[in-house]
Design a binder for this molecule. Structure first.
Ligand code: UN1
Length: 496
């Protein structure tokens, strides 16, 4: 079957990988559908892209930020016009249902307008000098060439969280998107180019982590790395970047808990749990993978939750009737299946699901049944390790304090949710839940672009996207202007 062959974007030119290799991007709902062939890039391609970004930095850094913003506003408008097509392309390569891929494109639109506004802020700080007739200020400077490695689950939103703030601050970029979803990042970057971004300011190298990601992280001319992906790969990225003293922003896994107290609005808690656990087929770092149920409502909630999970329609995300799309690839199906076995071996009770779906409408894709485990205890691996699939654990508890303790007992700290009508407990949870994000009476998924996004423990290394992104993509410069016309020695001439 014939298919489109796509190219890397380097210095404004579309070009194949130097080695001439390509890989195929397949539709996870139907393996026979080839979305396209993409370049399989290596060190020499990365070197070219970094050189182009370095060259472009010399002029891009001098463009006034409000002018850089004009390009982002324009890109936001173009994304609005292209939203439906880009959503369709994304469902075809990534699998998640069309309503969600529209949301993914919308997240990039929101980010464009939010960050463009920053073009007329990018505030610094002024402060009095300790010396007379001396002015002191702190200004934000771009970092230089920034490398970005992005995941397949939000293939347009997450690149936009990184590219747009980096660009507004005057950096130039080399991005290596996940090999499972290259087209959506290409659509995003093409839109930036159509909006007037000069050549070389954003460069894309397609390919795999070890071949194309690793040399980007090591490159001496890359001044910062922004990574979203698994904690395992993030650890490697962080170690590799340390060798060249690059700042690295790592956004990684989660094992997010939704706590439901006896006084909660049960319907609301059920709606939130189904959406949080099975939205995006459970393939979000913010996905609900533990549901903590207080004893009084546990039985009722469990029965209703299992019934709803069973009724979910699994299928091709382009079909508007589908509620749960495929998983991204065969390895992710294996991971889900492996965790089902682990959970059963450690004594958890399989309440529904547990199998890959392989026949009828599911014969040609990577589908897995929405899966629920009951009788899970906090120490089981199924309650502690990230699955990144449609697999959720139900854990029962007696007291609110116990729920907080279980929620915090894991190595991750991204998102948490509490369902209750008790304002005192809500505020206590907001203070005590160890996570970068806490929701009250809303599911663990659904962060908005203008708030800080990220987490603690194995989830991140202290940086934030959204509200915190400008901090990562700029470096402070302190500037002193002495207009006294004489030498004034700080800490000496003004000391008593
Ligand atoms: C992710 O799963 O990596 O908060 C990002 C959310 C989305 C972003 C998820 N806005 O669920």
């Amino acid at each position: 079957m014939s298919h489109v062959t796509y190219e890397n974007l380097i210095g404004g030119e579309w070009m194949p990988a130097r080695g001439g290799r390509t890989f195929l991007n397949l539709n996870p709902a139907d393996h026979s559908d080839v979305v396209g062939a993409f370049p399989s890039s290596y060190t020499d391609d990365v070197d070219l892209a970094v050189a182009a970004a370095k060259k472009a930095f010399a002029t891009w850094r001098l463009v006034p930020a409000p002018k850089r913003a004009d390009i982002l506003y324009k890109a936001g408008t173009l994304l609005q016009e292209r939203k439906e097509q880009f959503a369709r392309d994304m469902t075809r390569e990534m699998g998640k249902v069309i309503a969600e891929t529209r949301g993914d494109v919308q997240e990039a639109i929101d980010e464009a307008f939010y960050v463009a506004g920053e073009g007329r802020r990018l505030f610094g700080v002024t402060t009095p000098s300790e010396l007379q007739s001396k002015f002191a200020m702190s200004v934000r400077m771009p970092v230089g060439v920034v490398g970005m490695i992005t995941p397949w689950n939000f293939p347009m939103a997450i690149p936009s969280w990184k590219l747009f703030p980096a660009l507004i601050a005057g950096n130039t970029c080399v991005i290596k998107p996940a090999e499972d979803t290259p087209l959506s990042t290409l659509n995003l970057v093409k839109t930036l180019m159509d909006a007037g971004l000069p050549p070389g300011v954003v460069n894309i190298v397609f390919g795999f982590g070890p071949e194309a990601g690793a040399p980007l992280v090591s490159h001496k001319d890359v001044r910062a790395i922004s990574f979203t992906g698994s904690s395992e790969v993030g650890s490697l990225v962080g170690q590799r970047a340390a060798a060249t003293f690059k700042p690295v922003s790592l956004e990684m896994g989660g094992k997010n808990a939704q706590i439901v107290l006896d006084d909660a609005n049960l319907e609301l808690a059920l709606d939130g749990a189904i959406w949080g656990a099975f939205g995006t087929t459970g393939q979000r770092c913010t996905a609900t993978s533990r549901i903590l149920l207080q004893k009084g409502i546990a039985e009722k909630f469990t029965a209703e939750f299992v019934a709803r999970a069973k009724a979910l329609v699994v299928g091709d995300g382009l079909d508007e009737a589908t509620q749960v799309g495929p998983q991204i690839n065969a390895q992710q199906i294996d991971t889900s299946a492996r965790f089902v076995k682990i959970a059963q071996d450690e004594g958890a009770k399989l309440l529904t699901g547990g199998q890959a779906l392989k026949s009828g409408p599911h014969a040609k894709g990577h589908f897995f049944e929405p899966t629920v485990f009951g009788g899970v205890t906090a120490s089981m691996r199924i309650a502690r390790e990230e699955v990144f699939g449609p697999v959720v654990s139900l854990i029962e508890f007696n007291t609110f304090e116990e729920a907080i303790e279980i929620a915090n007992s894991i190595d991750y700290g991204l998102s948490t949710a509490l369902y209750t009508k008790d304002v005192n407990r809500a505020f206590t949870a907001m203070r005590d839940l160890e996570a970068g994000i806490t929701y009250i009476n809303a599911p663990t998924i659904g962060a908005e672009v203008h708030l800080p996004f990220g987490g603690i423990k194995r989830t991140g290394n202290g940086h934030r996207e959204g509200l915190g992104a400008i901090d990562f993509f700029t470096t402070w410069k302190a500037v002193y202007v002495d207009y006294s016309d004489k030498l004034q020695r700080a800490q000496i001439d003004n000391a008593e």
